[in-house]
Design a protein around this ligand. Sequence first.
Ligand code: ADP
Ligand code: MG
Length: 692
Amino acid sequence: MGKSVRELKGVGEKTEKLLNKIGIVDTEDLLRNYPRAYDTFEEPTRICSVKEGTLVSVRVNVVSRVYTGQAGRRALTSVTVADETGRLPVTWYNASYLRGTLKKGSAFVLRGKVSRKKGNLMMEHPDLYTPQAYQELLHSLQPVYALTAGLSNTTMMKLVRQVLGEAEMKTEFLPEDVRARFHLCDFNYALETIHFPKNMTELLTARKRLVFDEFLLFILAVRSLKTQTEAAQNCFPMRPVWTTETVIENLPYTLTSAQRNVWNEIERDLTGHRLMSRLVQGDVGSGKTILAFLAMILTAENGYQAALMVPTEVLAAQHFQALTRLLEDQSLSFCHPVLLTGSCTAREKREIRGTISSGEANLILGTHALIQEKVEYRNLGLVITDEQHRFGVRQREALTTRGNPPHVLVMSATPIPRTLAIILYGDLDISVIDQLPATRLPVKNCVVGTSYRPKAWEFLERQIREGHQAYVICPMVEESEVMEAENVQDYTEKIRESMPPDIVTASLHGKMKAGEKNYIMEEFAAGRIQLLVSTTVVEVGVNVPNATVMMVENSERFGLAQLHQLRGRVGRGEWQSYCIFMYAGEDEETKKRLEILNRSNDGFYIAGEDLKLRGPGDFFGIRQSGDMRFRLADIYNDAEVLKTAGRAAGEILALDQDLSLPQHQILRQQLASYMREDLENNSCNSGTKVVV
Ligand code: ADP
Ligand code: MG
C-alpha cells in the first residue's frame, strides 16, 4: 500500500481530485500508471525537408523581429526562423512572454507541428529549446501519461520522479533463479525505467519484466482458484430438466449447432459430479446470451439461485429485459428475476437484497453491485460473468454462500487463440462457439476519409427512413485541448441540425449518470431514438437488432479489436447492415490497418493480422481492447512472454504447490494482494486509464 498522493509535495486538494479522477489515489497507483506512450526526440530536420502535418524539430536562427497581433481572443506572437536550407514562419498563441526570448539572431531548436496556412508551410505553437537543452534530450524517451483537463504531463512526470526518488523500494518478489533463467531484470529497475527509460533497449527490458509479472500473477491466481475448486465439494448438484428443452424448442430461431454443442457441454457440467468452471468463447453476435439464460433456468428449476454479472449498467438492463421477455413468452412462473445495479436507489437496493437473501429472487442480474452491495445469497449455485473474464474467474470467493463455492461460467468475445487460452486459463474448461447464426447477412464495410461524411450522413438518413436505426461513435465526450478528434457533444449538435427534424437523435457517454444512460439505451432499444451518437460505451454486448448502421469517426484512434466489437453492434438482425469506418488524416499505415476490417468480419483473423502489421515489440500501437485487459501486457503481442510466464508458473507450482517455501514468501504476499486488488478495482473494468 502506498501513501495517499495528498502527502506528496505539490499536491493540494485540487490536484488530488484530478488524480483521483483518473484512478490514482495513492503513490502505488501513481507508479503503476504507466505512460501510455513515449515522446521521442529525434535529430532536428532541415527546413527544406519538413512535411505538412508532421511533428518535427528544426535547428534554427531567428531572422526577423517579433510581430505581435490578435486572432479572436488569442494573442499571437510570430517570428520567421531559418536554417541554411530555408525559412519558416512560426506563431505562438498567448505567449507574449516569449517576446524577450526571441531575439533576432538567437539560435533555438523548435519542436512542433507543421501546417499549411494560405498555401505556405508554417509551424504552430512549437516547444522551444536552447540547442544545449535539446542535445540533452536527443534520442531520449519522455513519458506521455493519460491525463485529464487541468492535469499536465509535466506535473505527472514530477510526481512520479518524486515518488521514485523517495520511495522505499519494493522487495523483489521473484526468486533469483526464476529471474536468471527467464532473463528478467530487477523489479525496481523495471518500475523506474518504464517511466524514464534512457533508450529503447532499456524500455524493452523493463517492459518485458512488467509484462511477465502481469501474466505470471494472473496465471498463478487462476491456478490457485482452480486448486480450491477441485478440492471443494459440489454443494449444488443438479438434474437435467425438460424446461430448457422446451425453451429451446420455442425460441423464435433455431440454435446453431455450435450453440447446441456448447449448451450440451454446459448442461453436462452442471449436472455432473464436480463443480463447473468453464469459459465460453464466441465472436460478437454468436449468441452467447441465450446459453447463459438456459444455464440460469436450469439452475433455478433445481432450486438454486443463479447470478449473471456484466460490466455496464446498460448491458445489465438490456439482459434483464431480454430475460424477462423470454420468461413471459414461455410462461416460466418458477423464475423470479431481479436487477441490481449501482443506480438503484438505496430503498430499491434494500428491497432487492431482501428478495435475494430470502431466496424469493432466483435469477439475479447486475453489475458489480452484486458484489459490492453486501448481498447475502440464499443458495447461489451458479455465477456467470459476461464480457469480462479478468474478473470473472475470481468472483467465486466473493460470491460463495456460506462458504460453498458456486458453479462458474465465464463468457467472452475476445478471440484468444486456443494455444494462448490454454496457458492463461490452463485449467478452465473451454468451449468455443465457432459459428454465427445462418440467417445473418455479413456486415458490409467501408473505410473512408472525412470528405465522405456528407454522403455517409445521407446514407444514415436513408436507412432511418427505411425504419432502421444507426450509431455514430466518436472518440471523445467533449472538446479537448490535447486531442483533435470528434466529440459526442458537438457532433450531436451538428448531425441533429443536418438531419430532418423528425429524426430523433440522442447522445450517450460515460460522463452521464447511470440512470440517464439506461434511459437513453432503453429508448434506443425501443426504437424511439433513431440516431445515437455515442462514445465506446456501447462497445460491449449491447444488442439492438434493428440498428443497421455503425459509423465510427476517427477510427484511426481505436484498436482493431475494439472496432470489431463496435461493428458487432450491427448485423444482429435479419437485415443487411453496414459499417462505415471514417478516418482523419492521410496516413497510409492507418489506412492499411483499417483495411483489415474491410476484408474480414472474423475476430480471430483480425487479431492475427493486426499483430502481423504491428510486428512484435510494437507496443506503441493502439492497444487491444475487449475484455482481456492488462495494464501493459497484450496477449497477442506478448504471446512469447505469455508462454514464458506459463512455463515459469508451472515450474514454481511443481516445486511448491502452495508457495510455502521461504524463497516464495514474497511472491505469495504479492499474489494475495493482487487477487484482493483485482476484486476491489474491477469496477473500472479497465487496466489502461484512458479518459474518454
Ligand atoms: P453475443 O454472442 O455477441 O453476446 P447475443 O447473445 O447478444 O450475441 O446474440 C445476438 C443476437 O442474435 C440476439 O438478438 C439473439 O437473439 C440472436 N440470436 C442468438 N442465437 C441465434 C440463432 N441461433 N439464430 C438467430 N438469431 C440468434
Ligand atoms: Mg454478449
